[in-house]
Design a protein around this ligand. Structure first.
Ligand SMILES: NC(=O)c1ccc[n+]([C@@H]2O[C@H](COP(=O)([O-])OP(=O)(O)OC[C@H]3O[C@@H](n4cnc5c(N)ncnc54)[C@H](OP(=O)(O)O)[C@@H]3O)[C@@H](O)[C@H]2O)c1
Length: 267
């Protein structure tokens, strides 16, 4: 599938941020879309913008942290689109807190459900359809899935799980025609930082990022789209991410210091 035009795509986390920008980009490519998230009003607005590009776009309300919602999402997408070519697991949440400050550990389970188990549930439901179409699974992971990040213990663990799951599944799917593309952005301007849970599990309310100095959602969506077109195995979202992957073997302490500095400076 070098060509995305006409493909039936399910995209989670499409109501804002990277998912919204990707919905626009996929609509411009001529994809047929099922957009999922919890905020139906925001989703309808994004779907309207996609239709303005001439694309077919449907909205399904879905809490990806709930298994039955993920299964219903895939069933409804197949019904609406008549099959499935691409599953993009993009929905995600953050948590920003030092582990020793955390009082209630419930957010750790929530982050795993939304960021990781959602991928397992939706992929399991989608796989028979993707095998028929020789389709593509896209996981929006993070560079935090490849390295430790201070104050992101819950988030980084969930993204490491995403990498472990999809890197394993990719091998199982060899010869099936189904591709697995993992994208690992560096910091991107979005609501995830403001909405991230703090040590008490409440939204942080403000972003600790230097937003003027980090990647925008449209640029990030453009990279994801290119990786999808080429059915790439992996896209690493920054030079330090690519460099870090090589350096991790020979000088892991240097990577720890880069991660610490990135979090302290918010860039
Ligand atoms: N921004 C970054 O710096 C960055 C870096 C690396 C990776 N990423 C990854 O990129 C992905 C998109 O994040 P973003 O930065 O665009 O964040 P965002 O602006 O906060 O958007 C997150 C999206 O996920 C959806 N979502 C959250 N919880 C959900 C749930 N329980 N059920 C269904 N949908 C849910 C949200 O929609 P509703 O609230 O309407 O449900 C929203 O559409 C995430 O997987 C994130 O981990 C982000």
């Amino acid at each position: 599938m070098g060509e995305l035009a006409g493909k039936a795509v399910v995209l989670t986390g499409a109501s804002q941020g990277i998912g919204k920008a990707l919905a626009h980009a996929l609509a411009a490519e001529g994809c047929r879309l099922v957009l999922a998230a919890r905020d139906e009003v925001a989703l309808e607005a994004v779907a309207g913008e996609c239709r303005a590009h001439g694309a077919e776009a449907h909205v399904v309300r879905c809490d990806v942290g709930v298994q039955s919602d993920c299964e219903a999402l895939i069933a409804r997408a197949v019904e609406r689109l008549g099959g499935l070519d691409v599953l993009v697991n993009n929905a995600g949440i953050g948590m920003i807190a030092r582990f020793e400050d955390v009082i209630d550990l419930a957010p750790y389970e929530r982050v795993m459900r939304v960021n990781y188990l959602s991928c397992v549930w939706s992929t399991h439901a989608a796989l028979p359809h993707l095998k028929r179409s020789r389709g593509l699974i896209v996981a929006v992971a993070s560079l935090a899935g490849l390295t430790g990040v201070p104050t992101r213990t819950a988030y980084a663990a969930s993204k490491h799980a995403v990498f472990g799951f999809y890197d394993s599944l990719r091998i199982e799917l060899m010869g099936s025609g189904v591709g697995v593309t993992i994208v690992a952005p560096d910091f991107v301007v979005s609501e995830i930082h403001r909405r991230a849970m703090d040590a008490s599990g409440r939204p942080l309310g403000k972003s600790p990022m230097q937003e003027a100095r980090i990647m925008g959602t449209d640029e990030c969506a453009g990279h994801i789209l290119r990786a999808m077109r080429r059915r790439d195995r992996l896209w690493l979202g920054s030079l330090r991410g690519r460099f870090g992957r090589l350096l991790q073997i020979v000088a892991p302490g240097v990577i720890d210091r880069i991660a610490k500095r990135a979090v302290e400076r918010g860039v």
